[in-house]
Design a protein around this ligand. Structure first.
Ligand code: GLC
Ligand code: GLC
Length: 628
């Protein structure tokens, strides 16, 4: 029996529905208004929202009210994220609870459980091939364990992020199985074709995500007699978002997860959700209508929840995921700042920040509405060199040559490279190659340790800490990827796992090394130094009001090619972030620093005054300074 709304809950529901009505119905009308079942769709969606709200647990309703009153809760400097696979970090969900003190002592207030819903058996693309969205991966525990973990996190003031894969399901999902069995209604959940004419026509303009091991965007199944749209792997069937039933199903799953205590829904691979002949079928306008409507659903029935949209695309294409134009302030609350990540690695290799400054200044506004970035140096995926030919040309570089250089450099082959990485998905047709590797290995630690190079080890540690200081202050929620806080290097074990060997991304998805973590408090090892450094950075971030996500980030020129800088101009005054991307000492004339807004020459990061020498701020190799 669905629960009935009492008078107060009904009143709250009506108010929230009114608040978001234009966002919801305005979008669904445009998406599905001409569909014969549209009236039914509206009724069903309204009933779903009401039912989900009625069933929402009391403590979550309380959180809804609290966050309605503090809508900037996720932009505050106290937010710091940590991303991990449940099994690789702690064995299972119960194990995660035992590890919360570790995360707390690092300063973490947000955790992302990597895909934890029930995946298909065997290779599941790291859990992104989901066969049941209402069950937890049995290796991790049960739904009851999941709810217990969510509650424990909430009690500690930590937010929980989980993945919602909504571009595709596993081919073992019940909908797909029904479709395969010939059920027309379920065939309409996917994109199925009787012959190859349409797939071939679409292919002309599509790109390949996994050209190595999953070439093409369609798969033919002789037993079904159909071609199925499979953008990613063969076992991941793209959903047909032009079908309003698909919207309803996913909205229901979304609110189901919200009511289990999820705070942040990471909406996976959203760029691919809408198909249009003659295009790349990425970031079509309808994608943004769907995402705005889904956000409205959360705002109505589970307003404590925010959406993190995963769109790993070029800057101009990425920003709309945080709401642009008519969707301003109404779409994703968070999106990955892929360009910041790519530019970090590019500048680190070239020791030159001018491309970084150009890209971040030209394409990104200083401030966003109701949204902020998820800032990161690396994640569970590969690094694709998303630098356009135009941006490269603005700096006198050749796009293809620079991207090629970056792959060579981070694979480790380029003369003088400090990095060790692995290539990912080499596309012979386009010359495109992506890179896998842990932060520590790409930053030089693995090679320096192997070569017994003490200066190289020191430089690697400084690069890792500079990267963390950058993502902790740029604006947005910094995401620390599991193991980076103790400088874990590449894990080559994946090569002997048949489900993983074809996918070099597993090189940077190691299991947590708790032995290495053990001596973090005292040992003078790279692990101990990085751990203490990251903890310090997060603690200082939490104490620095200028780093609130709502404070604009203005990229500034320093006149020194090796130095990247931005100013965060808060009402209380400016914080100037300075980052030396070279292994040389740099002198920034004090009057330049003052012109950028520095007032007191106090470093908020070390919490100490900055001495000037001969009229200059002296910046050691890989220095990071938050100048007040
Ligand atoms: C996402 C995930 C990636 C996965 C892909 C397909 O972008 O981050 O790991 O391979 O979607 O689900
Ligand atoms: C591409 C896609 C992204 C996916 C990744 C997988 O970057 O845009 O969605 O996660 O490949 O490695």
């Amino acid at each position: 029996m669905p629960r009935k709304l009492d008078a107060r809950d009904r009143e709250i529901f009506e108010l929230r529905l009114r608040r978001s009505a234009a966002d919801l119905w305005g979008m669904t009308e445009r998406l599905y208004g001409s569909h014969p079942d549209y009236a039914q769709f509206r009724d069903d969606l309204l009933a779903l929202l009401e039912r989900s709200w009625a069933e929402r647990p009391g403590d979550l309703k309380h959180l809804d009210l609290a966050r309605d009153l503090e809508p900037d809760w996720f932009q505050r400097p106290g937010m710091a994220g940590y991303v991990f696979y449940i099994d690789r970090f702690a064995g299972n969900l119960k194990g995660v609870l035992d590890r919360l003190p570790y995360l707390e002592s690092l300063g973490i207030t947000y955790v992302h459980f990597m895909p934890c819903l029930k995946p298909r058996p065997g290779d599941s693309d790291g859990g992104y091939s989901v066969m049941d969205y209402r069950a937890i991966n049995p290796l991790h525990g049960t739904m009851a364990d999941f709810e217990a973990a969510a509650t424990a996190l909430r009690q500690r003031g930590m937010s929980l992020c989980v993945d919602l894969v909504l571009n595709h399901t596993a081919k073992e999902h019940e909908w797909a199985r029904r479709a395969a069995a010939g059920d027309r209604a379920y065939q309409d959940y996917y994109l199925m074709f009787d012959d190859h004419a349409l797939p071939e026509a679409y292919e002309r303009t599509l790109v390949e995500v996994f050209p190595d091991n999953a070439p093409g965007n369609f798969t033919f199944y002789p037993d079904i007699g159909k071609w199925v749209w499979t953008t990613f792997n063969e076992h991941q069937w793209d959903l047909n978002w032009a079908n309003p039933r698909v919207f309803l199903e996913i909205a229901a799953i979304m609110l189901f997860l919200a009511n289990k205590g999820v705070d942040v829904l990471r909406l996976d691979a959203v760029a691919f959700m809408w198909k249009r002949m003659g295009t790349r079928c990425q970031s079509e306008p309808e994608v943004h209508m769907i995402l705005r409507a889904l956000r409205a659903c959360s705002r109505i029935a589970a307003p404590a929840v925010i959406h993190l949209e995963e769109a790993i695309v070029a800057p101009e294409e990425m920003l709309p995921y945080l709401g642009r134009g008519e969707h301003d302030g109404k779409e994703g609350n968070l999106a990955y700042h892929n360009s910041l990540m790519v530019q970090f690695w590019s500048a680190l290799a070239t020791r030159d920040t001018r491309l970084m400054t150009h890209v971040l200044r030209t394409h990104f506004p200083p401030v966003l509405t109701n949204a902020t970035y998820a800032t990161y140096i690396r994640c569970h995926d590969d690094i694709g060199w998303a630098i356009t030919d135009e941006d490269a040309a603005a700096l006198g570089l050749s796009g293809p040559a620079h991207r090629h250089f970056l792959s060579e450099f981070y694979e480790g082959g380029f003369p003088g490279s400090f990095a060790r990485g692995a290539l990912f998905q080499v596309n012979e047709a386009t010359g495109d190659k992506r890179i896998s590797g842990t932060f520590a290995s790409l930053a030089g630690l693995e090679r320096a340790e192997a070569e017994g190079d003490a200066a190289g080890i020191e430089a690697a540690i400084q690069r890792i800490l500079m990267g963390h200081a950058l993502i902790a202050s740029f604006g947005g929620i910094p995401l620390v990827y599991m193991g980076d806080e103790i400088a874990l290097t590449n894990d080559y074990g994946y090569l002997s796992n048949p489900d993983h060997a074809h996918d070099s991304r597993w090189i940077h998805r190691p299991s947590m090394d708790w032995r290495r973590a053990e001596d973090r408090h005292h040992a003078d090892t790279p692990a101990g130094r990085v751990w203490r450094g990251v903890r310090h950075i997060l603690a200082r971030r939490a104490a620095t009001a200028e780093l609130h996500g709502g404070v604009p980030t203005e990229i500034v020129e320093t006149g020194l090619p090796g130095l990247f800088a931005f100013a965060r101009r808060a009402p209380s005054g400016a914080l100037v972030g300075l980052f030396n991307f070279t292994e040389r000492w740099l002198d920034l004339p004090a009057e330049r620093a003052a012109a950028l807004g520095a007032r007191r020459f106090h470093d908020a990061l070390s919490d100490a005054p900055v001495e000037t020498h001969g009229g200059a701020v002296v910046l050691p190799p890989y220095a990071r300074v938050w100048l007040l």
